[in-house]
Design a protein around this ligand. Structure first.
Ligand code: BTN
Length: 267
């Protein structure tokens, strides 16, 4: 559906007519404007909202990024959404959910646009070396038991290059900027949800191995020399592997292999 100005509005009716998944998006909360879809989903999940519930907004005024950064989420420009997940899995594996999401978004975008997204550790998606998608998962444990995960995904869709805040302009991109396609966001979302649900089933049946192996296939930095920024510390080495919990294994110049749990990768 397009309104008078030609926007591809994310109405609940349109979303319901295109979503083909069995679980993800069966229940939808859709907003013109919200603080953060993750924050809203978190509060609903605490109240017992079921797995697969989708929260989506045209605009977020307090969009959240990793490490308490803000996520710029202007009206009508992107897909800003969160899913409630209640997986039956070991708490030690929750860090792999963003890898699953990264693979699924890459596959969905590739099927829909023929662009070929790459992944950047820990959970960014790139086109031509610039970020177009970020993933933020937030986890709730109670009495040592995993209760739910909020999987938040932000995808820049319609932005023209000059529409990004100046500080991000050399590092951010959108699907439109990379393809010149006019994308219907509801249909793109439907394809991404399909890939998310497919990969979620794969994970439930076979574990994370097939997902990590697809993630590595899409990672241009694996085997290369990289710099990891951790607070004020810079670590340099060869990006050797991703371990079974999603940590980056970095071989430093003294031959030692360091396990990097968190940080920003510079390349
Ligand atoms: C990052 O790369 O720093 C992660 C960005 C995650 C942004 C998405 S947009 C939908 C969801 N709601 C939020 O507040 N954040 C995530």
């Amino acid at each position: 559906m397009k309104d008078k100005a030609g926007f591809d509005l994310l109405s609940e009716n349109k979303l319901k007519s295109v979503i083909k998944t069995e679980l993800f998006g069966k229940k939808i909360f859709s907003f013109w404007s919200v603080g953060s879809t993750n924050e809203f989903a978190y509060n609903r999940a605490i109240q017992g909202e079921p797995e697969g519930t989708l929260v989506i907004a045209e605009e977020q005024v307090r969009g959240r990024g990793r490490k308490s950064r803000r996520w710029d989420s202007p009206f009508n420009k992107g897909l800003w959404f969160s899913l409630i997940l209640r997986p039956n899995m070991a708490g030690s594996l929750v860090g792999l959910i963003p890898f699953l999401a990264g693979v699924a978004v890459a596959e969905g975008v590739e099927n829909f646009t023929a662009l070929k997204p790459q992944v950047k550790w820990p959970n960014d998606l790139l086109l031509n070396g610039k970020k177009f998608c970020g993933i933020l998962s937030e986890v709730d444990f109670r009495d040592g038991q995993l209760r739910f995960i909020i999987l938040g995904i932000g995808i820049n869709v319609h932005h023209k290059p000059h529409e990004f805040p100046e500080e991000f302009r050399d590092r951010a991109t959108s699907l439109r900027a990379e393809s010149n396609l006019r994308i219907d966001r509801s249909e793109l979302l439907a394809e991404i949800l399909l890939q998310l649900e497919k990969n979620y089933r794969i994970m439930q049946q076979q574990g994370f191995e097939p997902i990590i192996s697809e993630w590595k296939r899409r990672c241009p930095h694996l085997g290369k020399t990289v710099t990891i920024l951790q607070d004020d510390e810079r670590l340099e080495g060869i990006f050797e592997d991703i371990n079974e919990q999603g940590c980056l294994m970095l071989r430093t110049s003294d031959g030692e292999v360091k396990k990097i749990i968190t940080g920003d990768l510079l390349f």
